[in-house]
Write a protein that binds this ligand. Structure first.
Ligand code: HAM
Length: 421
């Protein structure tokens, strides 16, 4: 039986990775311009981090974590997201001592044991940014602007920002009481998950995929009906900064997001063209997270965008990224001595930062010229044992087909001169 990749994972072949590198380069460039520095955290963490960070009532923690005991008997989990790890590192490395805000970004694989489908994988990749230390509503809007700027740079259109405020523990307590009062008589009709959510965190019921549960909460008060004065005015400010930046948004009072750490701002960016899994970015504020996982009081806000969904969006829009890879020099050689000479030119050219290839498949001269064409080579060095003996090596410019002869020892020098011209 052949071994195939695990369900819900992907192999990215060279044609794919060229696109990934192109998009990653844009993200790195943008991160620098927006003032974010990269952090790299482990792929696995102590399970405790996600229990306390992401929250025990979330689907991610309850159903989707890759958790196992290592050989030392410790419970570890493949990271399902990057915010908790970044917050853990912020505390562990005492970054609160740095000038605030601390602005970090990351890129890499995340793992969730979800039911795989179009746009939803068990290993997927996120680019995320996190800002620690500022309560300023301008930062919430600035990170949304970052995401929108990124999609704009790729040429994507039709994106929708869905915006909500999920308040603070004070607003949440009032909302919880109202919700529980209203839902108590309907509890028997709810799914077992929601019955549990009802006690621990009724806000999570809004996140339930069960249609029956959704219909039971259709007339329930939303969290925005219960915002305290401070959260309300913060929300107004976020909106006014978005207005200022000319970023349209839709208010969605039912948007609660699938992670427990959010306070105040919660948002998603949706692109319906890519199918049912249309959330291409999600984020929000988490002013209590650092304290929840053992740090001091420290506000935070950030987002993560799904890389696979970026490529799905590009495909849906028919956008082709300019990733064509050209070769500088192809050395077409025939004969034992000529091949040795070509080998030394290829190595020498690469040492000068010039991309160079030669044949390693015993191809005929004609087939080598074809290979040079296919590789989009700018120049071809043509050398048989005869040319070598006469010390007349041919350099062919593939753009205009012009040919010149050079002496063996000048091949590299001449190519450098032409390529750097
Ligand atoms: P999230 O909404 O769970 O948030 O994930 C963010 C994005 O990751 C989603 O919008 C989606 O594009 C992508 N994504 C999530 N799950 C999958 C999957 N199974 N397959 C493919 N793509 C997926 C977070 O992870 C938060 N840490 C975001 C954040 C950062 N909030 C504050 N800072």
């Amino acid at each position: 039986m052949t071994i195939t990749r695990p369900k819900g994972t992907n192999d990215f072949l060279p044609a794919d990775t060229a696109k990934w590198q192109y998009v990653e380069a844009i993200l790195r460039d943008m991160a620098r311009k927006y003032g974010f520095e990269e952090i790299r955290t482990p792929i696995f963490e102590s399970t405790e981090l996600f229990l306390r960070g992401v929250g025990e009532t979330t689907d991610i923690v309850n159903k989707e974590m890759y958790t196992f005991l290592d050989k030392g008997g410790r419970s570890v989990t493949l990271r399902p997201e990057g915010t908790a790890s970044t917050a853990r590192a912020f505390i562990e490395h005492k970054m609160h001592g740095q000038p605030l805000p601390v602005k970090l970004c990351y890129m890499g694989p995340m793992f969730r044991y979800e039911r795989p489908q179009k746009g939803r994988f068990r290993q997927f990749h996120q680019f995320g940014i996190e800002v620690f230390g500022s309560e300023d509503a301008a930062v919430d809007s600035e990170i949304i602007a970052f995401a929108m700027d990124f999609y704009r740079r790729l040429g994507l259109t039709g994106l929708k920002v869905r915006l909500n405020s999920v308040g603070c523990p004070k607003c949440r307590a009032e909302h919880k009481a109202k919700l529980q009062e209203m839902l108590r008589p309907r509890l028997g009709e709810m799914c077992s998950d929601c019955r549990e959510r009802f006690e621990k965190n009724p806000l999570r019921i809004f996140d339930c995929k069960n249609e029956k549960c959704q219909s039971l909460i259709a007339d329930a008060p939303s969290i925005t009906d219960c915002l305290c004065e401070e959260c309300q005015s913060h929300f107004e400010e976020v909106k006014s900064y978005l207005d200022e930046a000319g970023i349209p948004y839709e208010l969605d009072p039912r948007l609660v997001r699938g992670l427990d750490y959010y306070t105040k701002t919660a948002f998603e960016i949706i692109l319906s063209e890519i199918g049912a899994q249309s959330a291409i970015c999600g984020g929000g504020r988490y002013d209590g997270l650092i304290a929840d996982i053992g740090g001091g009081s420290m506000p935070g806000v950030g987002f993560a965008l799904g890389m696979e969904r970026v490529f799905a969006a590009l495909d849906a829009a028919g956008i082709v990224l300019p990733t064509a890879r050209g070769l500088d020099v192809y050395c077409a050689a025939l004969g034992e001595k000529a091949r040795k000479a070509a080998f030394s030119w290829v190595i020498g050219l690469r040492g000068e930062g010039i991309s160079a290839e030669m044949d390693h498949m015993g191809k005929s001269f004609k087939a080598q010229m074809k290979a040079a064409d296919r590789a989009n080579a700018a120049f071809v060095v043509i050398c048989g044992d005869d040319e070598l003996a006469k010390n007349e090596i041919i350099i062919k410019n593939m753009t205009d087909s012009a040919q010149n002869t050079v002496e063996r020892e000048n091949v590299i020098k001449e190519l450098i001169r032409r390529i750097q011209k």
